[in-house]
Design a protein around this ligand. Sequence first.
Ligand code: ZN
Length: 148
Amino acid sequence: MNRLQIRIHRQAWSEMLGHCLEAMPREACGLLFGYLSAAGIPVALNYVPIANAAANPLHSFELHPQELVRALYAAGGKHELIGIVHSHPRSAPYPSDRDLATLWHTTPSHWIVSLRDPSLPAVKAFAFRKRQQEHSSLEAISYDIIME
Ligand SMILES: [Zn+2]
């Protein structure tokens, strides 16, 4: 079985990590914009930080609605929404049950930046897919991340 691949530009990668580190000890969130290649591989070109509007930003994230709309509008017809990013300041880079309850599961990728060891961020990207049997829950399929 072929592994899923995703590409990210170095600049977007470092801006994503920088924003997550800056927000510590709060969770950070943001968006990755880019395009789907002819082969269907998502390519992330730009990172856009979005304020975390969660009531308890130490333990959850919620994309600030106005900033979200502004970012989607600014991307316009030029770029597509490729990924949603959030950080786990204290836990491993795997989706929580709440992360898997997202309404954004059709977005091609969900990135989690773990800062459990802030000097060595661990980043994973997942596709959230509906399970075949159970209609209510999503499963996370890991991408191979390719930096360009
Ligand atoms: Zn999470």
